[in-house]
Design a protein around this ligand. Structure first.
Ligand code: AMP
Ligand code: MG
Length: 348
C-alpha cells in the first residue's frame, strides 16, 4: 500500500513519517523518496533489519548498502576516522547526491556493509527522507527500492510494481528530481576515487578537494578490471528486451536505427527507440520515446529509468538508443545506459 505524503498538510505528513519511523525502529522496511531514486530503508545498525533488505530485493549478499544520515554529527558513531576531505565534501555537497566510503566503526554490522570494513554514508536532499531518517533512529540503510537487476525506481508506483506486498510501507513523495543514483567517492584510498559516477562530477569534486581519480574498473568497459564498488560488477538497470546503444555522428545514427527498426518491423515485431526531443520525429517503424532534450541533461537523467520500465510495459522486441555524452552528468547517464545494455554498442 502506498502512503501519499507529497503536498500533504503538515499534520498528515508528520503522522505518516512518525508511523514509518516506528516501523523502521522495529526492524521493518519502508520505501521512501530521495532526490536521486526511491530507497528501500531499514535500520542500518540492526543486522536483522539489513538482512531483510537483501531478501526483499533479491540482492546478492556481498553488495553493501549505503547508510543514510540526517546530520553531520551522526557520522562519528559509524566511522573510525574522518579524513579532512570528508568534512569539506559534506560542506560542499550535503545534503545531496554524494556518497562517501569511510572506515567503519564496530557500531555498523557486517550485514549492512556486505562483509567489508568500510561503510558508505550519504545525507539525502529530500525533506521526507531527512525527517524519516530522524524518526527511524538516525541511521537508515537504503539501496534503490527495486528488485535487484531491474531499473531503479523514480516514482512510488515503480516501487509498488517491484515490491508491493514484500515490504511494510511505501511513502509517495512524487517523482524524484535527479533520477540517477548518487556519486560514490572512496576516501579510504590515498587518492580519493570515484567508484560510481553521478550528478556530482569528477570536476566538481576536484574543485573542492583537489586530485580525484576515476576507478579503473569503471573505465574498462570490457570488465577485465573489477570495479571496486561490489554493486558495479552486476548487470543492472536492465529492461526485458535486448538494448543496443548506437553511437556516432547524429545523422548516421538516425539512418542506422531506421535500417534496424525497419528490418525488425518486416519480421512482424515491434522495436523501441530511445530518442530525444530533437530527434524523436525522425524515426519510423518503432515505438519512439523521447528521453528529454539534449539542451537539458537533467531531463535525460530524470527519464532514463522510467523509459526502460515503459518499454517493458509495451513489450517491445528490441530497444535501440541514441547515446548521451552530456557535460556534467554524461558519464553517469552513459554508465547506467551501458550497464542496462550489457555493453552492447553499435558504432556507425
Ligand atoms: P544502491 O544503493 O542500490 O544504489 O547501491 C549501493 C552501491 O554502493 C553499490 O554499488 C555498492 O556496491 C556500493 N557500496 C556500498 N557500500 C560500499 C563500500 N563500503 N565500498 C564500496 N562500495 C560500496
Ligand atoms: Mg541499486
Amino acid at each position: 500500500m502506498i502512503t501519499v505524503l507529497e503536498d500533504m498538510r503538515d499534520s498528515v505528513r508528520d503522522e505518516g513519517i512518525h508511523r514509518a519511523g516506528e516501523i523502521l525502529k522495529k526492524g521493518g522496511l519502508v520505501a521512501f523518496p530521495t532526490e536521486t531514486v526511491y530507497g528501500l530503508g531499514a535500520d542500518a545498525l540492526d543486522a536483522g533489519a539489513s538482512a531483510k533488505i537483501y531478501q526483499a530485493k533479491g540482492r546478492p549478499s556481498d553488495n553493501p548498502l549505503i547508510v543514510h544520515i540526517a546530520d553531520w554529527e551522526a557520522i562519528e558513531k559509524i566511522t573510525k576516522e574522518r579524513p579532512w576531505q570528508a568534512r569539506r565534501l559534506s560542506e560542499a555537497f550535503w545534503p545531496g547526491p554524494l556518497t562517501m566510503i569511510l572506515k567503519k566503526s564496530d557500531a555498523v554490522p557486517y550485514a549492512t556493509t556486505g562483509g567489508l570494513d568500510t561503510v558508505a554514508v550519504r545525507m539525502p536532499d529530500n525533506p521526507i527522507a531527512l525527517a524519516l531518517i530522524r524518526a527511524g533512529g538516525g541511521y537508515i540503510a537504503a539501496p534503490s527500492a527495486n528488485t535487484s537487476g531491474r531499473p531503479s525506481p523514480t516514482t512510488a508506483q515503480h516501487v509498488a510494481e517491484d515490491l508491493d506486498g514484500e515490504i511494510d510501507m511505501i511513502i509517495d513523495g512524487g517523482p524524484v528530481s535527479i533520477g540517477l543514483e548518487s556519486t560514490i567517492v572512496d576516501l579510504t584510498e590515498e587518492t580519493p576515487t570515484i567508484l560510481r559516477p553521478g550528478f556530482i562530477s569528477q570536476e566538481m569534486l576536484q574543485e573542492v578537494i583537489g586530485s580525484v581519480e576515476m576507478d579503473r574498473g569503471l573505465i574498462a568497459a570490457d570488465s577485465s578490471v573489477r570495479p571496486k564498488a561490489p554493486g558495479m560488477k552486476y548487470r543492472h538497470y536492465a529492461p526485458r528486451a535486448p538494448l543496443f546503444i548506437v553511437e556516432g555522428e547524429r545523422q548516421k545514427v538516425q539512418e542506422k536505427i531506421n535500417t534496424l527498426t525497419s528490418a525488425e518491423h518486416e519480421k512482424g515485431r515491434t522495436p523501441g527507440v530511445i530518442a530525444t526531443d530533437e530527434t524523436s520525429g525522425s524515426y519510423t517503424h518503432a515505438l519512439v520515446e523521447s528521453i528529454g532534450s539534449r539542451a537539458d541533461e537533467r531531463s535525460i537523467a530524470q527519464h532514463l529509468y522510467a523509459i526502460l520500465r515503459e518499454f517493458d510495459r509495451l513489450e517491445v522486441s528490441v530497444i535501440y538508443s541514441e547515446s548521451f555524452e552530456t557535460p556534467q552528468m554524461g558519464p553517469a547517464i552513459m554508465n547506467r545506459l551501458m550497464k542496462a545494455a550489457g555493453h552492447q554498442v553499435i558504432h556507425v
